[in-house]
Design a protein around this ligand. Structure first.
Ligand code: BGC
Length: 741
């Protein structure tokens, strides 16, 4: 250090003590003080989150010009930079590390769409808690880019796997549970991380199911369907959100003051920060919204976008924009304040560097047990002819066939930043373990991987089936076919899987299909060729044991579909909460599942060459037992706005096995100033029933839950008649009525 530097160092030490290093609790006033001590570069630095390995990063950290890092794997470097930031920079502001811990860190739980199929908020919360514990202890991650709460009506979109399906209510309830799980009661707990509901908002409506594509939806659709899950997550305390890549009605969200200021801050009073999606600020240029990256920086900060990731428009241009008077300092201060406040809430000022890596929290027996419970609860039984399932443990032999039977990586699903194939228990391993020496397991992959068209393994598969009492086929997509940018134009079984199924079918051995995929696929013919059909999604680390539990009756499946299952790509977008139209299709209310006979030629909404009802409706899922719904009551039958009604239903296990049923509450607003959907989910409960047992299931329906956005875009509950269903899916049950006076 030369003399001048030394002098500067001494002066700074005297005049500007490393404020943030003072070990005293941060306060709003302290935050303001800190802000006044920050240079413009330091302020802009807080808005800059980058990858740890990028060239020149250490210099930036030393200058106090990095807010934190993304998806860090280089832990020695991370610890070094944390120390530099806190101990060697002028102000000592701690770093914040964010990561895509989407459905687990090392213990991988089912993909979020699979989690949604369990309709179990407590499990979502617990899985998120475990993810936070693992991520904070071993990677210093205190901020997760999750939950993804984009409502999705389009199975072509690869990212349907990352969300909770098509319903705003279900997505909101589960998203809020994840937020609670990540964050706990106090974000200062070093084993918790800040949640980041994403991608704000409307991203799920990308045209044609093509990721990043244009979104053009009405403001009402946005407000009634796409925004409520975000609101639920913010109400649960999420202090950050990520802006969607997409444009919404012509304006990219990253530059949309309507979305980031009006809705988020003015209407919802959200006081957290907004992070861009990867490079989304610089992509304002590609959108044709900004002329160059400098304009993009200006547009984004004016819109209310606080943190930029991966691209560097803020770092490169904000200082000049401020000097030129194009961006007021107050805008920069607002953004910095929001980021510092989250760092403060996380306790980073008091406890800036996480304790040394604690590997012993990873993959504990308890975490693996939760992962197994989640995997089996996410399984949806779609068909079970002649009660082929559950398989008896006494059968002499079972054929385990298919490219996904032993694909430890494939079953982990998309967004495996820290998950490892070696931790994974596959169905083949689990079935072999369960079979022991008594049951013979004849395994043949048939195809080398999910997309293979090489049929040279079919002979072995056929032989395995011939030698077995039953053939269980593990078909579907592997992880690499789903998630971000992995959209599909066709939803068929990939590669030669359909041919493999035909070859096995020809043996006459009864077939059980276990579909593992990041989305519903077109399965009509496969359903016909099988006696039993399970949807297992991408079930995560303990997917194998979870699926084996269901196959062999250790667990009675209770999963329900979080999406309407399309028969064909042509039905997409498909969702149960659609409008009635002026020419409704009489089949839309039909509980008849798999009815292929309907050809809608009589000038009603539908197709001349396909049924318009889905293959399986939203909320659908069978059990090894049966449930009966009766005696649905709504009391009182007339209320005033502001009041609530009690809905009760008698739920009976009419079969011979104990089981869980997810009882669902739907409503329809019969006449409104804006035509309302034919059904909307407003509640659900998971109920355990012994054989023959009945329970009264009670829901409280508030009049607020019946609100929608009217023509003036005000959220209102209008008086009038409502129908209510308490049923096992979105297409069954008999409605009862009540009225708001
Ligand atoms: C994805 C986000 C993710 C981010 C950071 C983007 O490509 O769209 O969902 O959180 O990368 O890794």
């Amino acid at each position: 250090m030369n003399f001048t530097n030394l002098l500067i160092g001494v002066c700074i030490a005297v005049t500007a003590p490393a404020w943030a290093r003072q070990a005293k609790p941060m306060t709003e006033q302290g935050l303001e003080e800190l802000l006044t001590r920050m240079s413009v570069r330091e302020k802009i630095g807080q808005l800059n989150f980058c990858r740890i390995g990028e060239p020149g990063v250490e210099k930036l950290v030393r200058a106090g010009e990095v807010g934190g890092f993304l998806n860090v794997r280089e832990h020695a470097l991370r610890e070094k930079y944390e120390k530099i930031a806190v101990k060697e920079t002028r102000l000592g502001i701690p770093l914040l590390h964010g990561a895509d811990v989407i459905h687990g860190y090392r213990t991988i739980f089912p993909i979020p769409l699979g989690q949604a199929a369990a309709w179990n908020p407590s499990l979502c919360e617990e899985a998120a808690r475990i993810a936070a514990l693992e991520a904070t202890a071993t990677a210093g991650v205190r901020w997760t880019f999750s939950p993804m709460v984009d409502v999705a009506r389009d199975a072509r979109w690869g990212r349907i796997a990352e969300g909770c399906g098509e319903d705003p209510y279900l997505t909101g309830v589960l998203g809020a549970a994840m937020v609670r799980g990540y964050q706990g009661k106090d974000l200062r707990d070093p084993a918790r991380m800040a949640a980041c509901p994403k991608h704000f908002a409307g991203y799920g409506a990308s045209e044609g199911g093509r990721d990043y594509n244009t979104v053009d939806i009405s403001e009402r659709t946005l407000r009634d369907f796409y925004l409520p899950p975000f609101k639920a997550c913010f109400d649960a305390g999420a202090p950050t959100t990520m802006s969607a890549f997409s444009e919404l009605n012509g304006v990219p969200i990253t530059g949309s003051s309507f979305m980031l200021r009006q809705v988020l801050r003015d209407e919802w009073k959200f006081d957290g920060f907004v992070v861009s999606d990867a490079k989304a600020v610089s992509q304002l240029v590609a959108h044709g919204f900004s002329e160059n990256e400098k304009d993009a920086a200006q547009a984004a900060i004016q819109a209310g976008l606080d943190v930029e990731i991966i691209s560097t428009c803020y770092v490169d241009h904000l200082q000049t924009l401020i000097a030129e008077g194009k961006v007021p300092m107050q805008l920069l201060d607002e953004a910095v304040r929001r980021i510092l406040r989250v760092k403060w809430k996380l306790g980073l000022f008091e406890n800036p560097t996480p304790a040394a890596v604690k590997e012993n929290v990873l993959l504990t027996p308890e975490s693996l047990a939760t992962a197994r419970a989640f995997a089996r609860q996410s399984v949806v039984l779609l068909k079970n002819e002649k009660e082929l399932l559950p398989l008896r443990k006494e059968i002499p032999s079972v054929a385990v066939i298919g490219p996904l039977a032993d694909d430890g990586k494939g079953q982990l699903g998309c967004w495996m930043v820290y998950g490892k194939e070696k931790d994974t228990r596959t169905p083949l391993q689990a079935i072999r373990e369960l079979a022991g020496t008594k049951m013979k397991v004849n395994y043949a992959a048939g195809l080398k991987n999910a997309t293979s068209t090489d049929q040279s393994g079919f002979g072995d598969a056929v032989r395995a089936a011939k030698e077995s009492s039953v053939a269980v086929l593990f078909l579907g997509e592997d992880a690499s076919m789903t998630g971000e940018a992995h959209n599909r134009a066709f939803l068929n079984l990939p590669g030669a899987q359909r041919d493999l199924l035909k070859a096995v079918k020809a043996t006459g051995t009864p077939i059980v299909i276990v579909l593992m995929a990041g989305r519903p696929l077109e399965i009509g013919p496969a359903l016909d060729d099988s006696s039993a059909f399970l949807m297992a999604w991408h079930p995560g680390t303990m997917g194998g044991p979870g699926i084996a539990d269901v196959l062999f009756g250790e667990y009675n499946p209770a999963g329900k579909l979080p999406v309407s299952w399309p028969r064909s790509v042509g039905q997409i977008p498909i969702h149960y909460n659609h409008g009635n139209t002026g020419r409704p299709n009489p089949m839309q209310f039909s509980p008849a599942i798999n009815d292929e006979t309907q050809l809608d030629t009589s000038h009603v909404t539908g197709y001349v060459d396909s049924a318009s009802v889905p293959q399986f409706p939203f909320g659908y899922g069978l059990s090894y037992t049966k449930f009966g719904y009766s005696n649905v009551r709504v009391e009182p039958s007339q209320i005033h706005s502001g009041d609530s009604v009690n809905v009760t239903v008698t739920l009976k296990n009419t079969g011979a096995r104990a089981g869980d049923e997810v009882a669902q509450l739907y409503i329809r607003d019969l006449v409104a100033s804006v035509a309302q959907p034919v059904r909307e989910l407003k509640g659900f409960q998971r109920v355990s029933l012994a054989p023959g047992e009945s329970k009264t299931v009670a829901f409280v329906l508030t009049s607020d839950a019946l609100a929608f956005h009217n023509r003036e875009m005000k959220r209102v509950t209008e008086p009038g008649k409502f129908q209510v269903w308490a049923s096992g899916d979105s297409a069954s049950g008999q409605p009862v009525e009540f009225e708001i006076k």
